[in-house]
Design a protein around this ligand. Structure first.
Ligand SMILES: C[S@@+](CC[C@H](N)C(=O)[O-])C[C@H]1O[C@@H](n2cnc3c(N)ncnc32)[C@H](O)[C@@H]1O
Length: 238
């Protein structure tokens, strides 16, 4: 687990650089998330994005929600989001103390937590779930979508363990499941977005082939558990 969480994530904007691994994965997630949101909700949900950073996920759902709110601890990130023109109300949240919770239980909510859990210390993982539970108090309140961008059961994760690399960088399905359990969430489904790693996207002779192949393979549901990057969908049990 990384120790300096803030330092580890200075590169938010690099995610948008064209043709990078992250840009491909982000584009696939955007397409999936938009289709999922339209199919899963009878009418446009209120979107709450925890640890929104510069608003990447809020932008993915532009036009499909009845209202959108981004929450982050960093005023600087939220200022960048405003500068970019993120279509959402942006709120600073603190590291401890009370968190915002839902005001309107009649409108379904979609809570998203992207690129946070893997590198977050345990207390921040709990805090993200506390936020989700506050926005989704019952099973009828809506859905939670959480990203694991370093699946420990991916081919990469297994390769690293087999090679004796124990850097603690991966997040396992069991760890996510336990976190969901503790906060009264049940896992509904998992969706993979990449089976390969960044390195494959840089290999010159096959660079043209890799994105299409990886996109196709990672969407096979039986391979979701092996994806390097995946989303979990959950809802409250009661
Ligand atoms: C890697 S960025 C992810 C941003 C965005 N979710 C995305 O996928 O592009 C992690 C974000 O978590 C935010 N963060 C860190 N600690 C936090 C906390 N205690 N509460 C809310 N946000 C936090 C950081 O400021 C940063 O914007």
């Amino acid at each position: 687990m990384r120790t300096n969480y803030t330092e580890a994530f200075r590169d938010d904007r690099e995610l948008g650089a064209p043709r990078t691994f992250s840009a491909h994965v982000g584009a696939r997630q955007r397409e999936w998330l938009r289709a999922f949101t339209e199919a899963a909700f009878a009418w446009p949900p209120v979107h709450h994005d925890f640890a929104c950073g510069t608003g990447r996920v809020l932008r993915m759902l532009d036009g499909l929600t009845s209202a959108a709110h981004g929450y982050d601890i960093s005023e600087a990130k939220l200022a960048e989001a405003r500068e970019i023109g993120v279509p959402a109300d942006l709120h600073v949240v603190r590291a401890t103390g009370p968190l915002p919770s839902t005001m309107d239980i009649d409108v379904p909510a979609l809570v998203t937590v992207f690129r946070l859990l893997l590198d977050a210390p345990p207390e921040l993982r709990e805090r993200a779930m506390e936020f989700a539970a506050g926005m989704l108090p019952t099973s009828d309140s809506g859905l939670l979508v959480v990203e694991n961008h370093g699946n420990a059961s991916s081919l990469r994760g297994i390769g690293r363990s087999a090679g004796g690399v124990e850097d603690g960088a991966g997040l396992s399905h069991d760890e996510v499941g336990e976190l969901f359990d503790r906060w009264g969430f049940e896992l509904l489904t998992r969706q993979g977005f990449s089976l390969l790693t960044q390195g494959f996207y840089r290999v010159a002779p096959v660079r043209w082939l890799v994105p299409g192949l990886d996109s196709w393979a990672s969407r096979r549901s039986f391979l979701a558990g092996r994806a390097t990057d995946l989303l979990y969908v959950a809802r409250r049990r009661h």
